[in-house]
Design a binder for this molecule. Structure first.
Ligand code: FAD
Length: 291
C-alpha cells in the first residue's frame, strides 16, 4: 500500500522505524527484532539505509520481509550523497523488482572524511536530485526528510524551508520530521511551511529516549532542543536503566498524545529496533488508536 493513501485517511496513524544490521553476523537478531515490531501491526514501518550504502542489501531484505510476511506496508530509505548515478539507478531498480512502493529519498550525511573534499565532481549534492530520479523511474510514493529545528547545515530557517519546498515540488508525497522533544517547535514549523505553500502531509518523528547515553547522541544528530522537563527526567533517572526506560516511554507517549490532541494525525516512532519500546508505546495509546 502506498503511504500517501494511508495518510489521506481520517484515522490516526502510528508507524515505526527500524534500522538494518551493519554486518551479516547480526542480521538474524536484527531481523527477528524487526519481525517482533511488525507483529504489532503498525500503520507502516520504515527501514533506514546505512550511510554510504554499505548495508543497502539489508535494508531491502528487511523491508521485503516485513511486507511479505506480516503484511505491514514498508518504506525503504535510500541515500544518494557519495554515490554514483549508476549505483543509485541499480538500487532503484532493485527496489522496483522487490515490489517496494514507498521510498524515503534522502541525501544522507556527508561522511566525516569527505567534509572538506572537492564536491564539484560529485554526482549528487541534495536529496531533491534523488526525488527527481525516483519520480522518473516509476510509480513510487516518495517521502522526504524535514527539520523543525532547521537542518544543521542551513544558514537559516527561511532558506531551509525554500529548499524543502523545492524538494516537495520535485515529487515528495509526504515528509517525515527529524526527532524533536518540544512539540511547540513542531507546531511553529508547521505554520511556517504551510505559509510557504508546502501542503503535503507531515509525519511527526518521535524518539523515545530510554538511556542517558542516548541524549548526547540525539542532540549531536539532530541539534534538538531539550526542554527543562526532559532534562530533569534524565538527571533523576539517567543512572537507573529501568526507571529511565519507563520515564522515556512516558515522555514520548505524552508528546504523541499532545500531537494527536492538536490535530496531528500521523506519528512515526524511532524504535531503535527495540520491540518492548514499540509495544509499550502502542499499548499506552491503545484506546486512542482503537487497537
Ligand atoms: P537535503 O534535503 O538535501 O538537505 C540537506 C541540506 O541541504 C539542508 O541544509 C538543505 O536546506 C540544503 N539544501 C537542500 N537543497 C538545496 C539546494 N538545492 N541548494 C542548496 N542547499 C540545499 N540518513 C541516512 O544515512 N540514512 C537514513 O536512512 C536516514 N533516514 C532519515 C530519516 C529522517 C526522517 C530524517 C529526518 C533524516 C534521515 N537521515 C538518514 C539523515 C539525513 O540523511 C541527514 O539529515 C542529511 O544530512 C540530510 O538529508 P536530507 O535528505 O534532508 O538532505
Amino acid at each position: 500500500m502506498k503511504i500517501a493513501e494511508l495518510l489521506k485517511k481520517e484515522t490516526l496513524s502510528l508507524s515505526f522505524e527500524v534500522f538494518p544490521p551493519k554486518t551479516e553476523t547480526v542480521f538474524e537478531s536484527v531481523k527477528s527484532a524487526t519481525e517482533e515490531i511488525a507483529k504489532l501491526k503498525p500503520s507502516f514501518m520504515s527501514v533506514t539505509y546505512g550511510a554510504g550504502g554499505g548495508t543497502s542489501k539489508y535494508t531491502l531484505n528487511i523491508a521485503k520481509n516485513i511486507k511479505e510476511l506480516y503484511g505491514v506496508p514498508t518504506l525503504a530509505h535510500l541515500t544518494c550523497v557519495s554515490s554514483s548515478k549508476e549505483t543509485v539507478k541499480q538500487k532503484i531498480s532493485e527496489l522496483k523488482n522487490a515490489g517496494i512502493e514507498n521510498v524515503m529519498a534522502l541525501r544522507g550525511d556527508i561522511p566525516a572524511d569527505m567534509q572538506d573534499a572537492d564536491k564539484s565532481q560529485w554526482e549528487y549534492h541534495h536529496a531533491v536530485e534523488l526525488v527527481r530520479e525516483l519520480k522518473n523511474a516509476g510509480d513510487f510514493c516518495i517521502g522526504g526528510a524535514c527539520y523543525p529545528e532547521i537542518h544543521p547545515e542551513s544558514v537559516n530557517q527561511k532558506k531551509d524551508i525554500l529548499h524543502l519546498k523545492e524538494k516537495v515540488d520535485a515529487g515528495c508525497d509526504f515528509l517525515t520530521t527529524q526527532m524533536f522533544f518540544d512539540n511547540n517547535l513542531f507546531y511553529n514549523f508547521l505554520y511556517k511551511i504551510r505559509e510557504a505553500g508546502i501542503t503535503v502531509p507531515v509525519i511527526a518523528g518521535i524518539m523515545p529516549i530510554t538511556g542517558a547515553n542516548q541524549v548526547a547522541r540525539a542532540i549531536q544528530l539532530s541539534g534538538s532542543f531539550m526542554p527543562q522537563r526532559f532534562k530533569s527526567l534524565v538527571d533523576k533517572f539517567g543512572n537507573d536503566p529501568l526507571a529511565m526506560t519507563q520515564a522515556g516511554i512516558a515522555y514520548a507517549t505524552d508528546q504523541i498524545i499532545d500531537l494527536y490532541a492538536n490535530g496531528i494525525k500521523n506519528v512515526h516512532v524511532y524504535t531503535m529496533n527495540k520491540p518492548h519500546i514499540a509495544r509499550k508505546i502502542q499499548e499506552n495509546l491503545s484506546d486512542i488508536l482503537g487497537k
